[in-house]
Design a protein around this ligand. Structure first.
Ligand SMILES: *[C@@H]1O[C@H](CO)[C@@H](O)[C@H](O)[C@H]1NC(C)=O
Ligand SMILES: *[C@@H]1O[C@H](CO)[C@@H](O)[C@H](O)[C@H]1NC(C)=O
Length: 550
């Protein structure tokens, strides 16, 4: 990674003659402690904080235009993806923003390192005493009652007036600590889903993919490890037709490791790897594992993962994540930033998929305390990714009741889903008025089976349910279509939604039964066409490949 010190030095002359004291403006404040936390003591002045700052991105609207330009089937530039540098160029902070922030860093003797190719995120380390001073903050130690977990945060922080509009987030500061794991719930029900169920249900081919450039990335967090021996047992049991050398590769960040101790195998990681490697036959699969040394605080590696990918020259064409916090746990500015990272990945030709969440209309996990407004998982609202919900049963295939869906409070409805979402809102009428945001981005976009997946975990077969099962399944479908596209000399699908909501919308099996209860309601109902429980429905491989021009 390039150090930013050169920029800092060359710009330090700008600070001559500037008054050192300036008016401070509050940038972040929370009124109450997050649930479960109590104030323990002021943080020790010498404790080193690893802070990150986000600089205003110069042209997010241009990035959005470029993303749609390469992702919309009717566009002349469809499939003409951007390079890393081209995608980054839209979010490079303006010279004025860079100069202003660098002058302020230099004034405080802070040496910052860029975290992204565009330099829109910088990181630096300062002692608590200095952080308190420069941000007019009071960093304290807070302790979580149940887990004893301690975290250093401040209830409020400020920046000098001249940084307003240039520096948009300081992190971690006021955000609440959160449980980031969307992890799948083990269950012992009798019915079970295996790769061959998915293949016969959705017409997914069993023949091996052939293109060495074709890859799936699978995100790993939370010390969840995927065990190669478990994968081998899984393939031997459920895919005896595959080569016995089939495996996956591992990339790590944030001190991530790749434990192959059988007892370290994680439910989520095992599910994600077994239903990519086991369904996307012979597609190279990379497990990208973020360790516990993430420096993005409450995002627990989410931001690091996005920035790690942005720094890669060559990216997997499909990237699937089955973890997530809730939207209202993350400040709006930070959400926009992470969402714009997904836009850059999309512009570079990556299909970014996330599990929609397992709490129906009550967020990532069922939340019995929700009795009012519906809770939206993150990044479901981000319009630049594909959100995957869950179904259950074969005839008929219906919505799984945990399948999170609804409408974002942070991100407005993108135009690609105007027709689909308006039709659903007409169907809904006045029901749930005030409990959801009718102008927000609707999710999920599509769905697949998500109940009772057979998974080998620490040598034993267990059954696992959740949208966590659906995102890897849909990722595999897209990777197999990409393989055929690449073999035919065509571009892979990239950001899917403009295609899914136009050319491909009737290439999915429409799910019209079931709902996603929560917050004291029955939740939304699945119905004809798009709905905020199952999206457009589940894959029909033959129709999807035709919609992809194959
Ligand atoms: C599997 O994919 C590789 C390229 O990644 C290809 O060389 C090989 O022929 C494929 N295997 C089969 C059995 O088709
Ligand atoms: C509803 O969504 C819009 C668009 O994203 C947003 O501007 C507005 O603040 C949201 N309203 C509420 C009450 O969250």
């Amino acid at each position: 990674m390039l150090r930013l010190s050169i920029l800092v030095l060359s710009l330090s002359s700008l600070i001559w003659g500037k008054p050192l004291a300036s008016t401070m403006k509050v940038l972040g404040r929370r009124e109450a402690l997050p649930a479960g936390f109590t104030l323990t003591e002021p943080a020790s002045p010498d404790t080193i904080l690893k802070l990150r700052i986000a600089l205003a991105q110069s042209n997010p609207a241009g990035l959005e235009d470029a993303l749609y330009d390469v992702s919309t089937p009717s566009s002349p530039n469809y499939g003409q993806f951007l390079t890393k540098e081209e995608a980054a160029s839209f979010v490079v902070p303006s010279p004025e923003t860079q100069a202003t922030v660098n002058a302020w860093l230099a004034q405080h003797d802070i040496d910052a390192t860029p975290l992204t190719p565009s330099g829109d995120w910088l990181s630096f380390q300062v002692p608590v005493s200095k952080a308190n001073e420069i941000f007019e903050a009071e960093f304290n130690v807070y302790t979580h009652g149940d887990t004893g977990r301690q975290t250093i945060r401040t209830m409020s922080y400020s920046i000098p007036q001249e940084l307003q509009g240039h520096l948009t987030v300081v992190y971690p500061t006021t955000t609440r600590a959160l449980q980031s794991d969307n992890s799948a719930v083990a269950s012992s029900c009798a019915n079970e889903i295996t790769p061959s169920c998915l293949q016969s249900l959705y017409g997914i081919p069993t023949t091996p993919a052939t293109q060495s450039s074709n890859k799936i990335g699978v995100a790993g967090f939370d010390e969840q490890y995927a065990d190669d021996q478990d994968l081998k047992t899984f393939l031997k049991t459920y895919r005896p037709d595959t080569s016995d050398t089939t495996t996956f590769t591992v990339q790590t960040l944030d001190g991530g490791s790749n434990s192959q101790q059988p007892s370290d195998a994680g439910t989520e990681a095992s599910l994600d790897i077994q239903y990519t490697v086991g369904v996307a036959t012979n597609v190279s699969t990379i497990f990208i594992s973020a360790g516990e040394q993430n420096h993005d605080g409450d995002l627990e590696g989410f931001l690091d993962m996005a920035n790690f990918l942005l720094n890669e020259d060559s990216l997997p064409q499909v990237f699937t994540t089955s973890y997530g916090p809730n939207e209202n746990d993350i400040p709006l500015d930070l959400s926009i930033n992470v969402c714009n990272a997904y836009a850059q990945l999309g512009a570079r030709g990556v299909s970014v998929l996330f599990a929609s969440g397992d709490g129906g209309v009550s967020g990532t996990q069922y939340d019995s305390s929700c009795s009012g407004e519906f809770i939206v998982p993150f990044p479901c609202g981000c319009p630049y990714h594909t959100s995957v919900g869950s179904t259950n049963g074969i005839s008929p295939e219906t919505a799984a009741d945990f399948s999170s869906g609804g409408f974002s409070n942070y991100f407005a409805r993108p135009s690609y889903q105007d027709t689909a979402v308006s039709a659903y809102l007409d169907f809904l009428g006045d029901k749930y008025k005030g409990l959801y945001n009718a102008s927000g981005r609707g999710f999920p976009d599509i769905s697949t089976q998500g109940v009772n997946f057979d998974v080998v975990i620490d040598t034993e077969v267990q059954q696992v349910s959740g949208t966590s099962a659906s995102s890897p399944t849909f990722a595999s479908v897209i990777a197999l279509i990409n393989d055929e596209l690449i073999a035919a000399g065509k571009s892979p699908l990239g950001f899917l939604n403009p295609w899914l909501y136009s050319t491909a919308s009737d290439a999915l099996n429409d799910i019209t039964e079931g709902d996603n209860p929560g917050c004291g309601t029955d939740g939304f109902s699945a119905t004809t066409g798009w709905d905020p429980v199952t999206g457009w429905g589940t894959p029909n491989y033959a129709k999807l490949r035709a919609a992809a021009g194959l």
